[in-house]
Design a protein around this ligand. Structure first.
Ligand SMILES: *Cc1c(COP(=O)(O)O)cnc(C)c1O
Length: 371
């Protein structure tokens, strides 16, 4: 049977249907309805953050936050991410300055940030990759010293905590994605967490065309509101998300048991003081030791109806739309990670037998090709 790289979690059908039934009476379908309000409150609690502003998706949440903070100049970020992070910076007329990543966590290498700071630097946009979290303490110290804003792309980090603190409580703001493929989803959706009340007000306005009141439009906004059907999906899924993360944990443990000691195959570290969410399971293949390259592993799995993803590849700095504007070789660790990484199937519903089957194929390949 076909195994996809990702499978969305679904709440029981009847629960969703019951929860949307009142919408046929109220006919309040979008524009900050009751479910929108309820989901914001519940997410504040779950994520352990002060405020949550809901959006139509994670990308618009990030893009509008950069706009609302009224930034100008250069933004230090990483190219080892989804297109969204870099696009959000560029679409705001800001210049991304790419910092290399840490070879263990795939997140921004905090020790390389300061060398990239210039008088034009206004912010840092680090990414919590695969649910691995950034060095939030070091980043905070650098930002404080140089008066820079920090906006985290926390699209992969729903429910993660560092030293008991919600991951969205770090930095000036954090963006979460609630896309169907993420650990927690609202079909499409996203949110910003922030302690900045002024930013909250600006976002409320910007995601509704910059409308301040009936007669005053004082922001050049767009439409990025979350509708009620998506908010209800979120409320239903939130009831089950702890159970889903627990199931993911078992999948990851099984993967780890199988794949921990294979020469030339690297897996994610267990991070100290971090409550993980088991969002993805990437493996990094060093062809010289493993004996064959990432493509071969991907193809062999595909022959067995198992679908993996080169995530993230290419680097955003190497994407066709940015060709000639950046030099990917300036971030060699990220460049190598992009060439070697493969994310294996990962979802709460992935059966132990399937994990075993996937790992057997990988181990066979390692046996055939080991040097
Ligand atoms: C999913 C994702 C986004 C974008 O979120 P959407 O909700 O799909 O708009 C941004 N950054 C990263 C790292 C992501 O994985």
């Amino acid at each position: 049977m076909r195994i996809n790289v990702i499978k969305s979690s679904m709440p029981p059908f009847e629960e969703y249907v019951e929860a949307i039934r009142p919408l046929w009476d109220s006919v309040w379908l979008t524009n900050m309805g009751v479910n929108h309000e309820k989901l914001s409150e519940k997410l504040c609690e779950y994520l352990k953050v002060k405020n949550v502003s809901l959006f139509v998706n994670g990308h618009m949440a990030l893009e509008m936050t950069l706009q609302a903070l009224d930034l100008d100049g250069e933004v230090i970020t990483t190219p080892f991410t989804f297109a969204s992070t870099t696009h959000a910076i560029v679409r705001n007329g800001l210049k991304p300055v790419f910092c290399d990543i840490n070879p263990d966590t795939y997140t921004i290498d905090a020790d390389k940030i300061e060398a990239l700071i210039t008088p034009k630097t206004c912010a840092i946009v680090p990414v919590h990759v695969y649910g691995c979290i950034c060095d939030v303490e070091k980043i905070e110290a650098i930002a404080k010293k140089h008066c820079l804003k920090v906006i985290y792309d926390a699209a992969h980090a729903f429910g993660c905590e560092y030293k008991g603190k919600g991951i969205g409580a770090f930095g000036d703001a954090s963006m979460f994605s609630f896309h169907a493929t993420k650990v927690f989803h609202t079909i499409e959706g996203g949110a910003i967490s922030t302690e900045d009340e002024h930013l909250m007000k600006e976002l409320y306005k910007l995601k509704d065309f910059g409308i301040k009141n009936e007669e005053v439009v004082d922001g050049i906004g767009a439409n990025a509101k979350m509708n009620e059907f998506c908010a209800v999906m979120g409320l239903c899924n939130l009831e089950y998300v702890d159970g889903e993360i627990e199931k993911r944990r078992l999948v990851v443990e099984r993967y780890r048991e199988h794949l921990s000691n294979i020469p030339g195959l690297k897996i994610l570290p267990v991070q100290k003081d971090v409550k993980p969410n088991y969002a993805y399971f990437p493996i990094v293949i060093d062809e010289n030791i493993f004996g064959c390259d990432r493509q071969t592993v991907m193809d062999r799995l595909k022959e067995n109806d198992i679908y993996t993803r080169k995530y993230f590849y290419p680097l955003t700095s190497d994407m066709d739309c940015y060709r000639g504007r950046f030099d990917p070789s300036l971030t060699p660790v990220a460049q190598q990670a992009a060439e070697r990484v493969l994310t294996l199937p990962m979802s709460a519903t992935l059966a132990t037998d399937d994990v075993d089957r996937i790992c057997t194929i990988i181990k066979e390949l390692a046996g055939e090709t080991a040097k």
